[in-house]
Design a protein around this ligand. Structure first.
Ligand code: C2E
Ligand code: CA
Ligand code: CA
Length: 682
């Protein structure tokens, strides 16, 4: 606009300037042409009138005809003009010649001169002086006009643009901004609508669609959250109810699991437990302890000739007499068949023999059964702690050796002697052997397949330790793992198992065999502060980035110190393993812990699986556990599956994985692939 104003003004100024010069020149020319004749005839009056006539215009300051010496022959001064006025008033200049000269030199007066000629010869000169001021004012007003017009146009155009913008852009943008503000404030109810704003209308429409979608999504999200929290509450209740049911069942089963149903005496499990307890006590109090193993003579014949009911009645009677013969602090239990065991704390070998004799004395009188009266003899083997053995396994085994010796010799009582057992002269404990075993490659891992009932194939294997001693032969984990756990040697065993399992996993991966390996960890492993770092080291060494290894931890090991177990399981390095709760159902776990543990899997103890087809209680427990584990979103495994009926029932109950002799026992690695193929083809 400034540029256009400037150029317009320039144009206008040029026009005015040109008009000024044209006027001045033509006035001078006019004066020159009309002055010729009066000059020739020296008619001063006419000449004066011409000069007066010419200068009769407002903007003319003066007009004159002068001779070649610039002396005015005639002149006229515009007395209204301010310059003329000021000269005349100054009274300094008295002659007209100097007045005109003065005016001629005034910068504000434009001066024009035209020669007055006759026949080509100069007669005089015609002078005209024009006042610049009126023209200057003309310029000024022209400029003002231009500026005003331009300003007007500018204002108008600006205003129009402003209103246009306001309607088409500012207002729509404000509406859209308010719309986003509303959504940010979770207010989805106000519609966003813009009319007649072209693309912004389209934008507003799609924005509004988005608003409705968000509104819908938020509403359904709220609904889902509500349902979820309700579900969670009912799950919580469900879990609590199941916990109680399970606890009651557990107590019942625990009792049954610990007692012989026929005689009501403690069974092998409880006797072993009591023995362990008494050994610990004897160790603390530095006392001695005796273990008896007793076997009736000719019981098989009684059973065969008189029938099982009479045999059972005999056993009940024997049990009653045994209870009579011992002290309150002693334990008597039935190991199975006609085999009984007794644990006598705080007793010398001499007194132990006396008690054995007393027991046999109690058994001497005839037994009055339903239809018969009969006499039965018995043999007792005795092993002493700590003289013969320091752990429950060896004490029972040695008492058993002594009992057979007594039978062989047709004696009633026999105390264990080293020469009875061809290995005991070496008298290195099983743990010393185990040390050697770890160093000399006597240990091996066998693998038992685990079948996914969902994928219908072998997805994992449980690594079970095997020990072949060059002289003792096979020693099974049940015999040495508990002792290793008691003595702390288990950490070394587990370390060996871990290295072996990782090695095997890597090997299979490289061969394209994708099998998870479950290993067994003991409570004492979890208390080993070096375990997480060791796991991390193995994962890195064997490049285990997937869930290749599952660590099985028994429920009782967890319940021994749940807080500590949760803590160690949650260590980031430990999280590189998966976890499985082993022997579930025997450890009296509180289900609240089950929720807290980051375990992937729960293995129902095989004692429930073995009997579930015959025993409704067991079947109920299995069902409850499966439901519960599923409710918690974990995988459930049944171990100890030995027959088709059990498998069928487990399938019906929705069990995820199974393991057991029905498919395969644990086998050495070189037999495993053939076994898996056979299972998967069946
Ligand atoms: P577990 O972890 O409960 O292992 C399962 C045991 O049940 C194994 O006995 C297995 O051979 C046996 N089994 C498998 N299928 C059946 C079946 O259908 N019926 C029956 N009746 N039994 C079946 P195993 O190998 O003698 O191991 C006994 C226990 O020794 C294991 O019980 C585990 O607690 C411990 N153990 C084994 N290997 C290791 C190990 O490497 N480290 C540790 N810490 N403990 C181990
Ligand atoms: Ca296991
Ligand atoms: Ca188990």
């Amino acid at each position: 606009m400034s540029v256009s104003t400037y150029s317009q003004y320039n144009n206008e100024a040029n026009i005015i300037k040109k008009a000024l010069y044209d006027r001045g020149e033509s006035l001078a020319e006019l004066l020159a042409s009309i002055s010729v004749e009066p000059l020739l005839v020296f008619d001063d009056v006419t000449l004066d009138s011409y000069a007066k006539f010419i200068s009769n215009q407002k903007d003319i300051v003066f007009a004159a005809v002068v001779n070649d010496k610039n002396i005015p022959l005639t002149h006229y001064l515009n007395k209204d003009n301010s310059y003329v006025e000021s000269i005349l008033n100054s009274k300094k200049i008295i002659n007209i010649h100097s007045v005109i000269e003065n005016l001629r030199n005034n910068k504000n007066i434009l001066f024009f001169e035209t020669p007055v000629k006759f026949d080509g010869k100069p007669l005089a000169k015609a002078w005209v002086g024009l006042d610049r001021l009126p023209y200057k004012n003309l310029f000024k007003s022209a400029l003002l006009e231009i500026v005003w017009v331009t300003l007007g146009i500018g204002l108008f155009v600006g205003g129009a643009i402003y209103f246009l913008f306001k309607r088409k852009i500012f207002k729509p943008v404000a509406i859209l901004m308010q719309g986003t503000q509303n959504i940010a404030n979770f207010n989805f109810d106000k519609a966003v609508k813009i009319e007649r704003a072209g693309e912004l209308t389209l934008l507003a429409d799609s924005f509004d669609k988005m608003r409705l979608q968000i509104k819908e999504t938020m509403e359904s999200r709220d609904l889902v959250m509500l349902e979820l929290s309700e579900l969670n509450d009912s799950l919580e209740e469900h879990v609590q109810a199941r916990t109680q049911e399970l606890q009651i069942l557990n107590l019942k089963i625990a009792h049954e699991a610990m007692h012989d149903p026929l005689t009501g005496l403690p069974n092998r499990v409880l006797v072993t437990e009591q023995l362990q307890h008494d050994i610990a006590h004897a160790e603390r109090t530095k006392t001695t302890l005796a273990v008896f193993i007793m076997d009736l003579n000719n019981f098989k014949e009684v059973n065969d000739t008189l029938g099982h009911p009479e045999g059972d009645r005999l056993l009940i009677n024997v049990a009653q007499r045994l209870l009579k013969a011992i002290r309150e602090s002693d334990t008597v239990g039935r190991l199975g068949g006609d085999e009984f065991a007794m644990v006598l704390p705080d007793i010398s070998e001499e007194d132990a023999v006396k008690v054995a004799d007393k027991i046999l004395g109690e058994l001497l009188p005839s037994f009055a059964l339903d239809n018969h009266t009969l006499k039965v003899g018995a043999s007792i083997g005795i092993a002493m702690y700590p003289e013969h053995g320091v752990d429950h396994t060896s004490l029972v085994r040695l008492a058993d050796v002594a009992m057979y010796e007594a039978k062989k010799d047709k004696r009633d009582v026999c105390v264990y002697r080293a020469e009875l057992d061809k290995y005991t002269p070496l008298r290195l404990s099983l743990m010393d052997y185990l040390h050697t075993a770890l160093e000399t490659n006597q240990l091996q891992l066998y693998y038992q397949p685990q079948i996914s009932l969902i994928e219908k194939k072998v997805v994992s294997v449980e690594a079970l330790i095997r020990w072949y001693h060059p002289e003792l032969g096979w020693i099974f984990p049940d015999q040495f793992i508990p002792i290793a756990e008691n003595t702390g040697l288990i950490n070394q065993v587990s370390d060996w198992v871990l290295e072996e399992a990782f090695t095997q996993w890597r090997k299979w991966q490289d061969e394209g065999v994708d099998l998870q390996i479950s290993i067994n960890l003991s409570a004492r492993d979890l208390a080993n502060p070096g375990l997480p770092a060791r796991i991390a080291e193995l994962c890195d060494k064997y490049n285990m980035y997937t869930n290749g290894i599952i660590a099985e931890i028994t429920e009782s090991a967890i319940m021994y110190n749940p807080e500590q177990v949760i803590e160690i399981m949650n260590e980031p390095d430990m999280q590189r393993l998966q976890f499985s709760i082993d022997d579930f159902g025997t450890g009296y776990s509180s289900l609240s812990y089950l929720k807290k543990l980051s375990v992937e899997e729960v293995k129902i103890d095989k004692s429930f699986i073995t009997d579930m087809v015959k025993d409704d209680d067991d079947a109920n427990i299995v069902k409850s556990v499966i439901d519960l584990v599923h409710n918690l979103g974990r995988v459930v495994v049944a171990e100890g599956v030995e027959d088709i009926e059990t498998l069928t029932q487990l399938k019906l109950l929705g069990c995820d994985k199974v393991q057991g002799y029905l498919f395969s026992k644990a086998v050495p690695v070189n037999e495993l692939m053939a076994v898996i193929t056979k299972i998967e083809q069946a």
